[in-house]
Design a protein around this ligand. Structure first.
Ligand SMILES: *Cc1c(COP(=O)(O)O)cnc(C)c1O
Length: 444
């Protein structure tokens, strides 16, 4: 696992010392967390650390990387754009990268999502979608104000996104500042789940009890709830939820921040569904993992609800870096790669490799709820963490010692690789998965 390349850093230990004094890391308890690893370089599915070790990035660096690290096509597009126009205020001005990207996304998005509103990240994409849904009704003089979401859903860490994801945990200090959202049960399922139909029926009756003429919108992660632990639902259930919300007059927001750009084996999770949303949120993979960018796509009909003679009807929302040309250039280069036949073949190949690995994982007595959607594979290690401790941290270290970057969610181990991962590299990950089950789990 060691390789001989010169470290780009003068002194990693000095860097770690400064890090410990000045840096505040996300989702990290600094008191107990192990020292962060200094990464100096990335290439393909590998990250190279200052100590000479390399890690196979099986979580696409928090689900953002699509085509491998430091991909030259995307790096080149950013470099060229940086020499032309790095940024311009997007109110009153426009530019080719943003316009081209909007048109190209509109051509690929489901249904009639022809309007692209840019922001910076997944949370802001969700905030914008919620605000568009609420203001569209307000502008039309409607009194719909209720927001629905799936139980366990995660939509980001800003206040609106936290409200819509209130059941995903971590929000106790802010609970009384979150707005009211009603939660629809999420019938998570897996390979060979005998109760899926009963769960779906119960979930749909719970939904019916929540629906009324005051529902403004539902926001949901279609097919796979990421942060909740790669919880998967059947397309028919999601379609039925969409139909019922729409029949009650509510808008439908797909949060495809994680599922977008091929994770589910198709460009969008929506491409597994028959129903289409009114609003769709994209981020994470949109630039191939190079630069932050958020997109909220809306139908022309929603866009028209903001037209009027007064500014009061306009969407008074924007961020300093809205439609940043560098991010848009990265997104365009990444989209070229994403729409190539090679990438579609990789989705197929990774899915097929997962499918071949499934029986052995499912047969392991320490693993349960083995599931796959497209390029995402997940299973729960039975009994892991039952007696407290920090099992996901221990698992992380277990995998790191085997040269793998994996970041389990509790006892859920999942693979969400960049599409350039090879079958051999996937094989290493499956083997480590089984080893971890053997080490951390217990029979049912
Ligand atoms: C990560 C994520 C978000 C938030 O995106 P950020 O860029 O981290 O703000 C929102 N929705 C889903 C489904 C996500 O996975």
């Amino acid at each position: 696992m060691t390789s001989s390349f010169p470290s780009a850093l003068p002194d990693p230990s000095a860097l770690l010392d400064l890090d410990a004094r000045h840096v505040w890391h996300p989702f990290t308890q600094a008191r107990t967390a192990p020292e962060p690893q200094v990464i100096v370089r990335g290439e393909g599915p590998y990250l190279y650390a200052a100590d000479g070790t390399r890690l196979l990035d099986m979580v696409s660096s928090w689900w953002v990387n699509l085509h491998g690290h430091a991909h030259p096509a995307i790096a080149g597009a950013i470099a060229r754009q940086a020499q032309e126009l790095e940024h311009v205020i997007f109110a009153g001005f426009t530019h080719a990268p943003a316009v081209t990207l909007a048109a190209r996304l509109a051509a690929e998005l489901p249904g009639r999502l022809s309007r692209i509103f840019y922001s910076d990240n997944g949370s802001t994409a969700v905030e914008a979608a919620l605000k568009i849904a609420l203001q569209a009704g307000f502008n039309r003089g409607e009194t719909r104000t209720r927001i629905l979401a799936f139980e366990g859903g995660y939509h980001g860490d800003t206040f609106g996104a936290m409200s819509a994801g209130a059941t995903s945990g971590f929000y106790a200090p802010f609970q009384d500042k979150l707005f009211q959202v009603d939660f629809v049960p999420y019938p998570a399922t897996w390979a060979g789940d005998p109760e899926v139909e009963a769960k779906e029926r119960a979930a749909l009756s719970a939904l019916d009890a929540l629906l009324g003429d005051d529902v403004a919108a539902i926001v949901l992660e279609p097919l796979v709830q990421g942060s909740a632990g790669m919880r998967m639902a059947r397309p028919a259930y999601v379609d039925e939820v969409v139909r019922r919300v729409r029949a009650a007059g509510g808008l439908v927001i797909f949060d495809e921040v994680m599922t977008g750009f091929g994770r589910t084996g198709r460009l969008w999770a929506a491409r597994h569904l028959s129903e289409v949303p009114d609003l769709m949120c994209l981020s994470k993979g949109i630039t191939g993992g190079f630069l932050p960018l958020g997109v909220t796509a809306a139908t022309e009909e929603l866009y028209r609800a903001f037209g009027g003679d007064s500014f009061a009807q306009a969407f008074a929302h924007g961020h300093s870096y809205t439609a940043n040309p560098l991010s848009c250039a990265a997104a365009l280069a990444s989209l070229d790669l994403t729409l190539s036949p090679e990438t579609a073949a990789n989705w197929e190949r990774i899915g097929a490799a997962h499918e071949r690995a499934l029986p052995e994982l499912a047969a392991h007595p320490h693993l349960e709820r083995v599931r796959r959607c497209g390029t995402i594979l997940a299973a729960e290690i039975r009994g892991a963490g039952e007696y407290g401790g920090n099992v996901s941290l221990e698992l992380r270290q277990f995998f790191a010692a085997r040269g793998l970057l994996l970041r389990p969610l509790g006892n859920v181990v999942y693979l969400l690789p960049p599409y350039v991962v090879t079958d051999e590299q996937l094989g290493q990950a499956y083997a480590a998965f089984l080893d971890a089950a053997q080490t951390f789990g217990r029979p049912g």
